[in-house]
Design a protein around this ligand. Structure first.
Ligand SMILES: Cc1cc2nc3c(=O)[nH]c(=O)nc-3n(C[C@H](O)[C@H](O)[C@H](O)COP(=O)(O)O)c2cc1C
Length: 386
């Protein structure tokens, strides 16, 4: 472990380091949200709506964080959420993250808009892996991804259902998204002040939309192809299309981006393996609820019919413990691991897992729970005013 990473005790320390290393438009691409960033903020605040109901005088000398997600045993219930463009944040990109996830005994999720391909990640990863898919306009391309995931033995598909259109991320717009030349100039100017990042960026293979190299012209240049990719988001997506994808895949399917109790019930009725209660990290609908805001009702409405993972704003082991106490099977992290990646590549993501595991164990000991199965609503007290 890189000695300087050892002095990162919290995810916020890695965030500071990521900010110092990355050109501003790239840091803001990770950290920013849609419009007023109300939902982005709500994601964090929603965990503070609960405090613990600690029980003492229990033997907490051994804490076991392991649990099952789908039919897979994980060593800790902190999974990697799919995020695009990882090589932009650190030259090791998706390869580093999938290795770190396997080492931690977690599950890695690859984004459709990744900078390493379905095949490259499959070759690199020794652990379970999910692939996040969109129901894009070009269905042939979607079916091509599904076929390749089957060939490479991906354990599940995550269908992102929260992006019929693209969220209005104003920091990105100001930095030049939608205008490749402006984006390049802004990034280049800022990169001059970040020599370590710049050196790696210019000496690494060109950033590509790795899953589309054979399918889209210009996919070998991620900056150039960004607009073409954004045009793929399909506002006509319906439950029928989700079922069509389920039919083609014939394997475990999760719906990622469920934001209401009603849709959680429909997902269960459709026979989805699981749902990810998620508002895309506050990057899509500003005004969407945080996952924690709807989790108790979703659990009540769906019973044991479907597995539930939540994401959004998870920066502490305590956040994961609270989500599990309310009935989530596991949590996903996005920015938390991207800050680790940007701060220190694979070692940085290893550090993220260490911090989460350490914090979770400590919190569980302090509230008197030895196993994930002991986490239940009575471990928490709601601070919301009646
Ligand atoms: C930089 C960035 C890129 C993302 N790219 C994708 C993506 O390609 N596909 C997707 O389904 N979600 C994407 N997400 C959303 C994450 O999967 C996840 O829902 C979100 O990051 C969780 O919130 P958190 O970052 O607060 O942990 C992205 C998030 C970030 C921060």
């Amino acid at each position: 472990m890189n000695a300087s990473l050892n002095s990162c005790y919290a995810i916020s320390d890695l965030k500071k380091r990521a900010k110092a290393r990355l050109p501003k438009p790239i840091y803001e691409y990770i950290s920013g949200g849609a419009e007023e960033e109300w939902t982005l903020q709500r994601n964090s605040d929603s965990f503070a709506q609960y405090c613990f109901n600690p029980r003492v005088l229990k033997d907490v000398s051994t804490i076991d964080l392991s649990t099952y997600v789908q039919d897979t045993k994980v060593k800790l219930p902190v999974l990697i959420a799919p995020t695009g463009m990882s090589r932009l944040f650190h030259y090791q990109g998706e390869r580093a993250v999938c290795r770190a996830a396997a080492q931690a005994g977690s599950i890695y999720s690859l984004s459709t808009v990744s900078t390493c391909s379905i095949e490259e990640v499959a070759a690199e990863s020794k652990g379970p892996k999910f692939f996040q898919i969109y129901a894009w306009h070009d269905r042939d391309m979607v079916f091509n991804f599904i076929q390749r995931c089957k060939q490479q033995n991906y354990n599940a598909l995550l269908l992102a259902v929260d992006a019929p259109v693209f969220g209005k991320r104003e920091k990105d717009l100001r930095n030049g998204h939608g205008n490749p030349l402006k984006l390049k100039i802004n990034t280049a100017l800022s990169a001059l002040t970040k020599p370590a990042w710049l050196y790696r960026f210019v000496t690494s293979p060109k950033l590509a939309m790795a899953n589309m190299l054979e399918l889209l012209s210009e996919a070998s240049d991620a900056f150039k192809v960004m607009d073409t990719v954004n045009e793929q988001f399909d506002p006509t997506i319906t439950w029928e299309i989700a079922k069509e994808i389920q039919q083609k895949w014939q394997g475990p399917l999760w719906l990622k981006g469920i934001q209401s109790v009603e849709d959680a019930v429909l997902a269960a009725e459709m026979g989805a393996t699981g749902i990810i209660l998620s508002n895309h990290g506050g990057r899509q609908l500003d005004g969407a609820p945080a996952a924690m805001d709807i989790l108790p009702e979703v659990v009540q409405a769906t019973g044991n019919q479907i597995e539930i993972v939540i994401d959004g704003g998870i920066m502490r082991g305590a956040d994961v413990v609270k989500a599990l106490a309310l009935g989530a099977n596991a949590c996903m992290i996005g920015r938390a691991y991207l800050y680790g990646l940007a701060a220190g590549g694979e070692a940085g993501v290893n550090r993220v897992f260490e911090i989460f595991a350490d914090e979770m164990k400590r919190v569980m000991a302090l509230i008197g729970c030895r196993e994930v199965s002991e986490l239940e609503p009575s471990c928490l007290k709601s601070l919301a005013k009646a």
